[in-house]
Design a protein around this ligand. Structure first.
Ligand SMILES: Nc1nc2c(ncn2[C@@H]2O[C@H](COP(=O)(O)OP(=O)(O)OP(=O)(O)O)[C@@H](O)[C@H]2O)c(=O)[nH]1
Ligand SMILES: [Mg+2]
Length: 452
């Protein structure tokens, strides 16, 4: 459902990829395109505006990771901002101090309340809860029957009520009593819908709220109604106070704007999304996963994550300085090798990078763990003096190092050759100042490994 938005954003990132630096100009045009893409996806105009402002501020500010290329930086900033807009973390359901925790399901007519009530009951019971349902929709004769049928199919308990119980409050009160007596920890209350928000409905819902003191009031909105879903969520929130939203029919061809705006407009998180008519078609809403899907750049994003996790920014800058001042010693080389190991298999890392320039040639490179261990052992067997100045490592020293590290003179020679190559290569990368060089240099890949 985010395909269109996703396509457009990816095009923006691709265009930026050709730029060596983020300038006011190329950022300006990228931001304009991002804003348009958001609006076309039906994102609320105010939300889009705030979003762009935040991205701009971060992109122009100092908060950048030098280990990433300009376009990767923008992807990172956009991702971070999108996750922030969506609510950072998955919003869990709240519980009451005393069971049963009451969850009121509210919303406009046909939005998917009854279906979502059953889906949520199923989800809760699959996740260790023992829910009970009740329908307090006394206006449509078929409404309560609908939930009963769903409950029977799912083999989950429902409070059916007695013929005397004709008012929503009566049904709700008895249902809660029954839930308490039978040890249910959650009571899901499916309420009646209206075509439009009216005082009568709001009064009824407010009375139920008063009576039940619910842990959650979840507003159910149909994603297909786009901006209207957000508007009614906002109004329900202002008049009744909601604690979260469920967006249904996300399996349809809605443009996704509602999912992106609900939180920013109402201040309440999207907790679940409905992705089909079947009872199992309900998913908790994960801001980070959704942002990932929208940006559609799984590879670049995982690279960003790895870089964030692994690379120590200060250390990277220090390395940069050393390279520029021709001060890159064997100890630094060893640090690099270690850092590389933390990043995981080199092939997978290279697979994540855009396949351009020298990186293309690295694709077939294999580095095995044993090789890395051997390289580190060789450097460990050197004296600090040798590590600081490789020029003094003559034949006798090479023989001693080989003995000390349990390797052969040939292997020590190879390592020294690789080190020299790495120096040369990294210098040409970093010293040149090109953005590709910056990226590689600061990722600190020991380029000297060479194809094997
Ligand atoms: N494709 C799809 N259909 C859904 C989803 N959720 C609900 N529906 C369908 O939407 C229609 C209305 O769902 P209901 O659960 O009856 O809606 P409601 O809000 O209870 O409606 P009222 O009680 O009349 O206000 C039904 O045909 C559902 O099958 C969803 O996530 N995906
Ligand atoms: Mg209903």
């Amino acid at each position: 459902m985010f395909e269109n938005l996703s396509d457009k954003l990816q095009r923006v990132f691709k265009n930026l990829r050709g730029e060596g630096k983020l300038t006011a100009e190329n950022m300006e045009s990228a931001l304009r395109e991002i804003r348009l893409a958001l609006l076309e996806a039906d994102v609320h105009f105010r939300v889009a505006k705030q979003f762009i402002e935040a991205v701009k501020e971060k992109a122009m500010g100092a908060e950048v990771l030098t280990a990433l290329s300009p376009s990767q930086q923008v992807v990172k900033i956009v991702r971070d901002e999108m996750v922030r807009m969506l609510g950072q973390h998955q919003a869990k359901l709240r519980t009451a101090n005393e069971p049963p925790s009451v969850i009121m399901i509210v919303g406009l007519q046909g939005s998917g309340k009854t279906t979502s009530t059953a889906k949520l009951a199923r989800w809760l019971s699959k996740n260790g809860s023992s829910p009970m349902m009740v329908s307090v929709d006394v206006y449509r004769p078929a409404a309560r029957k609908q939930l009963s049928v769903l409950a029977r199919d799912l083999k989950l308990p429902i409070y059916e009520g007695t013929p005397e119980e004709t008012k929503p409050a009566d049904l709700a009160r008895s249902a809660r009593k029954e839930a308490t007596q039978t040890g249910r920890d959650v009571l899901l209350v499916d309420t009646a819908g209206r075509l439009h928000i009216d005082d009568e409905l709001m009064t009824e819902l407010s009375e139920l709220k008063q009576l039940l003191n619910p842990a959650e009031i979840l507003f159910v909105a149909d994603a297909m109604t786009g901006q209207d879903a957000v508007k009614s969520a906002d109004e329900f929130n202002k008049r009744l106070g909601i604690t979260g939203a469920i967006l249904t029919k996300m399996d349809g061809d809605a443009r996704g704007g509602a999912a992106l705006s609900i939180r920013a407009v109402t201040g309440q998180p999207l907790k679940f999304v409905g992705v089909g008519e079947k009872p199992d078609a309900l998913e908790p809403f994960y801001p980070d996963r959704v942002a990932q899907r929208i940006l559609g750049m799984g590879d670049v994003l995982s690279l960003i994550e790895k870089v964030e996790e692994t690379i120590d920014q200060k250390q990277a800058e220090e390395m940069q300085r050393k390279l520029l001042e021709d001060d890159f010693t064997l100890s630094d080389f060893r640090d690099q090798i270690r850092q590389l190991r933390k990043l995981g298999p080199l092939e997978s890392l290279i697979g994540m990078m855009p396949q351009i320039g020298p990186i293309k040639d690295l694709k077939n490179m294999k580095v095995d763990e044993k090789e890395i261990t051997r390289l580190v052992a060789i450097i460990d067997s050197m004296t600090p003096k040798e590590r600081a100045n490789h020029m003094i490592i003559n034949g006798a020293r090479r023989r001693r190092i080989a003995r000390g590290s349990g390797t052969t003179v040939q292997e020590v020679n190879n390592l020294l050759k690789q080190y020299s190559q790495a120096r040369k290569m990294m210098k040409s990368f970093t010293g040149g100042g090109g953005f590709l060089g910056k990226r590689l240099g600061k990722l600190k890949l020991p380029m000297g490994f060479g194809p094997q």
